[in-house]
Design a protein around this ligand. Structure first.
Ligand code: VG1
Ligand code: CO
Length: 544
């Protein structure tokens, strides 16, 4: 017996989606009706049409399974005709995007707090993706927030739980639930884009790789693609068993949190190539033997070499990067004579450009790279893109990077994060900077002279929507810059991000450490923001 129930609830005031969905502590999500309220707010905002299909899955973190059962019963009570759910509740963010597109779904719900730690005391998250497979645009996230503030009731089916650990179909009230293999569609898509036989040959010739799934969602994807289809040896993978608390780690693929992989790639007898991805599989870090590729450089290098890859052999329509991402890709786009767009932070801003066919590759400095094959950033896609280039060029990661710098110059880049600072202090830093922006142009600091400053805003060239307050920029006359921005994904206090960039065309300097090249800019950033005085922090929490 199944019956649709209408349950009375009262609204929460804090369900405003951030850069990528709603992220809160598990303890917050487990408050009475908290998840249900947000899910009903999604359904009320999007009003699924008759016959609509919902894709559902998550990164497997703590509370994933319980949430999936609740959402399935709510989808059934809200009139969905069908739900496609990943086996055991698993779908990486890029795989969810792929499944939505391939099966013509009306949209999808992805359960993840991405790189934020998981577990009973960790974070949980939920985001809605539309029928193009991409994150809901601000128009929709704003209306979800509005709906969540007014909500008084939600609908849910009174029914037993669905068996999630076996693929196959069942009925939940009037809704058909199909439990699907979370990997197959995605792996097929990858095989259609990249030259798998060239990569297989590279690996057979003894090219050694190491992929770190950080005990997060990409484990099963990496096994299928790298081991089964590309025949990489077993020891190419590490931490590939997904765990609800990510093995107590922080599934954020950067030099700080992926230190286990970093030690291998910087150790004796290091492999030729290393890569890691994050909690929900949309981020990537690329390493060579004793060599780190910044995400901004990665985007530029993929762009410069795209035609070596079958899926991109006809060239790129254009490229896009988020504002804080370095302008390395701009230089490549200029030479290729293709458009290059600068958008606010967050993948949702690339969707319109890709839908309109104006860009093919996109990237963010935060270890996100992707293309119009789906509408999310895609960690394993970036790994395969690199492997395809390596197979085609037969050069090391380091040589490819150095030759790229020699040709285009080097955009020396770093991001300094100050995590979990008191919100008031962080707001104080931003307010102080904002007040002083107008006075800076023309002033000289050491060898840098300020050209102009602004609070970044973006008018979407496709739908004309305007997005303001996206980060304070101080641009210097030599092309260097400092950007200050508050994170929209943290769950504790505020996280202040300082993005630093300098350009150096001189090959003689390309071996220098970024922190040394940027040291003067780092000092200027501290001085202008009064950071230490206002927050008490002497050093960043994470440097990438
Ligand atoms: C961060 C990154 C941003 C990225 C977002 C979601 O946002 O800076 O580039 O799009 O995370 O990525 P913020 O607002 O904290 O700077 V993921 O892999 O966490 O979904
Ligand atoms: Co992510």
């Amino acid at each position: 017996m199944t019956a649709a129930l209408t349950i009375a609830t009262s609204a929460y005031s804090d369900q405003k989606p951030g850069t990528s969905g709603l992220r809160k502590r598990v303890t917050v999500f487990r408050q009475a009706h908290y998840l249900e309220n947000f899910v009903q707010a999604i359904f009320d905002s999007i009003e699924p049409p008759d016959g609509a299909t919902l894709v559902l899955g998550g990164d497997g973190r703590y509370y994933n399974r319980e949430a999936i059962q609740i959402i399935l019963k709510m989808a059934a009570a809200n009139g969905y005709a069908r739900a496609l759910v990943g086996k055991s509740g698993i779908l990486s963010t890029p795989a969810a995007s792929c499944v939505i597109r391939k099966h013509g779904a009306f949209g999808g719900i992805i359960l993840s707090a991405s790189h934020n730690p998981g577990g009973i005391d960790g974070d949980f998250g939920i985001k809605y993706n539309t029928s193009n497979g991409g994150p809901a645009p601000e128009k929709i996230t704003d209306s979800i927030f509005e709906a969540s503030r007014k909500i008084a009731q939600y609908r849910i089916l009174d029914a037993p739980d669905v068996e999630l650990d076996r693929t196959g179909d069942c009925m939940l009230g009037e809704m058909k639930v199909s439990v699907i293999d979370p990997v197959a569609d995605y792996a097929d898509l990858m095989e259609s884009l990249f030259d798998f036989s060239a990569i297989r040959e590279l690996l057979q010739q003894g090219f050694r790789i190491r992929f770190d799934a950080m005990h997060a969602v990409t484990g099963p994807y990496a096994k299928e693609i790298l081991l089964n289809r590309l025949k990489a040896p077993e020891d190419s993978l590490m931490n590939c068993v997904p765990l609800p608390d990510f093995g107590k780690g922080h599934p954020d693929p950067n030099l700080t949190y992926a230190h286990e992989l970093v030690e291998v790639l910087y150790g004796e007898d290091a492999p030729d190539f290393g890569a890691a991805s994050d909690g929900d599989g949309d981020r990537n870090m690329i390493l060579g033997r004793h060599f780190f590729i910044t995400p901004s450089d990665s985007l530029a290098i993929l762009t410069a070499n795209a035609t070596l890859v079958p899926g991109y052999s006809k060239g790129l329509a254009g490229v896009a990067r988020s504002m804080p991402t370095s302008s390395a890709v701009d230089r490549v786009a200029k030479e290729l004579d293709i458009p290059c767009f600068e958008t606010p932070t967050g993948w949702k801003f690339f969707g319109n450009l890709m839908d309109a066919g104006r860009v093919t590759l996109c990237g963010e400095e935060s270890f996100g790279t992707g293309s119009s094959h789906i509408r999310e950033k895609d960690g394993l896609w970036a790994v395969l893109f690199w492997l395809n280039i390596l197979a085609a060029k037969k050069q090391s990661v380091e040589t490819i990077s150095r030759e790229h710098w020699a040709r285009f110059g080097r955009n020396v880049y770093s991001r300094h994060d100050y995590e979990a600072i008191p919100t008031e202090a962080a707001n104080g830093v931003m307010a102080h900077l904002k007040e002083n922006l107008a006075r800076l142009p023309g002033q000289t600091f050491g060898r840098y002279r300020v050209d102009c400053c602004d609070d970044f805003s973006y008018r979407d060239p496709v739908d004309g929507s305007l997005c303001t307050g996206q980060g304070l920029r101080i641009l210097f006359t030599d092309g260097s810059r400092i950007v200050f921005r508050l994170s929209g994904t943290g769950t504790e206090g505020a996280t202040l991000r300082i993005y630093l960039e300098a350009y150096d065309p001189d090959v003689a300097n390309h071996h220098l450490d970024a922190q040394i090249v940027l040291s003067e800019l780092i000092k200027i950033a501290g001085q202008l923001s009064e950071l230490e005085m206002r927050t008490g922090r002497k050093a960043p929490t994470v440097i990438t």
